[in-house]
Design a protein around this ligand. Sequence first.
Ligand code: 1GP
Length: 252
Amino acid sequence: QAQIRTKLQNNRKNGRKAFAVLLDPDKVELESFPFMLAESVRFGVDFFFVGGSLITRYTSDEIIAAIHKHTHIPAILFPGNSLHIEPSADAILLLSLISGRNPELLIGQHVIAAPLLKKSKLEILPTGYMLVESGRATTVSYISNTTPIPHDKPGVAACTAMAGELLGLQIMYLDAGSGAQKPVSADMIAAVRQAVDTPIVVGGGINSVEKARLALEAGADVIVVGNGIEKNPDLLPEIAQAVKSFNEKIAA
Ligand code: 1GP
């Protein structure tokens, strides 16, 4: 039942890191998609996050069907709003946008989604979602109508995560937004790591092995990469390898 949560908690206990690839239905190329899925299996991608703030082209169900056809990697919804719920996925990051003060994204959409989620077989992953300022306006900051946490205020992020954990949220997701100019800083990840015991997911602007390593060393449990792989498919095996060697070092 709670397979993904259990995996995340066990990883957290053992210091193991995980690699999630973000699949934005607006950016996936369906022709080359099976190859990308095969690469993900080959290099040990742990999770697919499926979603985006705005979906205009393919719907998530096409993407999820392909994931299920070609892999056993869990497809986790990363929804922009309650319209993005797709019951054929394996799980959903039930995001509460705790860095913002927009009640719709803190609780409003959740009320709308609750009966649907209760009926579905989706594993629910209650997640404190924190947007972090990234050097330029991202789609998510515009669409969510919220002010992100300033890049150089790790203390604000730490207190926000603490509050989220006290409210019972089980995962903290620090996101600089897709295509961010600067990813979440190592200082901020480390401050959140010190503040809470939950698994920490970090994404947005991780477009090199170096940036991935910095996030892992600072305390990220899961790193998420989307844009970087869309632009340079070789980044998938490279980052997968970096995560793997990180885990091998810990095991040794
Ligand atoms: C965005 O965390 C994700 O919500 C991933 O961002 O597309 O910049 O990798 P990128």
